[in-house]
Design a binder for this molecule. Structure first.
Ligand code: G3P
Ligand code: CA
Length: 252
């Protein structure tokens, strides 16, 4: 019989720090998520031109900073100069674009859990995964619950596995390659994943049963609706990533 992977993480995960309440992927956002009682945080990590992992969702700087162009074309010194808060609202103006290391150190100091989504700039899939594994292997205390690596890109998970084989991985899927999820489940198993992290609408009771039977946990993004959260809990999924840190109590 297949053993179900260990899942030492809380059910509720704050997306990009505190969803839309604060500028995504900035340290102030993660601090805000923690004030709502959240103990686990999702972030998006990519590589700067000089090989530093920084937090940003988009490839382009335009939406969430006052910079322009591709983020990974800039050095970390340049990225650190950008304002990553003013686009959200005046009260966050001047908030800097952080490194993954800064977020990890804050999580470690406060005994919080971290889900690093490896979000590579196109063409840097494996490299970004490898660098994320190296960094977390170096920083994260051996006796603490490890971070969780996730990615839509199998090559990024391959890179992370090569540099940090013992840090758990989850495959993100937005749309099934084959309509049923069997092909994606196979990929996740090949990558030694402990979880499949799906667009929430893809989960059914039957699929949860199938993924659990394959030994993996079931997680969903991005769930902002009470009815849908109830459905996902009722069908037996293990984890929920939400923007609505103000709506869902992480103790529930
Ligand atoms: O990690 C889950 C979720 O964040 C994936 O989608 O586009 O919000 O990064 P996205
Ligand atoms: Ca993400």
């Amino acid at each position: 019989m297949t053993t179900l992977a260990a899942w030492p993480y809380p059910r509720w995960v704050a997306h990009r720090g505190a969803g839309k309440l604060a500028p995504e992927n900035t340290l102030v956002a993660f601090r805000m998520g923690a004030t709502y009682g959240y103990r686990m945080f999702e972030c998006d990590a990519k590589l700067s031109q000089d090989g530093v992992l920084f937090l940003m969702h988009d490839t382009d700087l335009k939406r969430t900073t006052n910079g322009t162009g591709t983020g990974s074309d800039r050095t970390m010194g340049e990225l650190a100069q950008f304002d990553a808060g003013a686009w959200h609202s005046r009260s966050f103006a001047g908030e800097p674009l952080p490194t993954l290391e800064a977020l990890a150190r804050w999580c470690i100091a406060n005994h919080l859990h971290l889900n690093v989504e490896i979000k590579p700039t196109p063409g840097q899939e494996e490299l970004t995964g490898k660098a994320t594994g190296e960094l977390m292997q170096r920083l994260w205390p051996r006796d603490a619950v490890p971070p969780l690596f996730t990615s839509f890109k199998p090559d990024s998970l391959r890179g992370a596995r090569a540099s940090a084989p013992h840090i758990p991985r989850g495959l993100l899927v937005d749309k099934f390659a084959d309509g049923t999820g069997e092909a994606d489940t196979r990929i996740a198993l090949e990558l030694g994943c402990v979880a499949m992290v799906l667009n929430h609408a893809l989960w059914s009771a039957e699929l949860v049963e199938r993924v659990h039977a394959a030994g993996m946990r079931c997680s969903s993004y991005t769930v902002n609706d009470e009815w849908e959260a109830r459905r996902l809990i009722d069908i037996g999924t293990d984890s929920i990533i939400t923007d609505r840190v103000d709506l869902f109590s992480p103790a529930s």
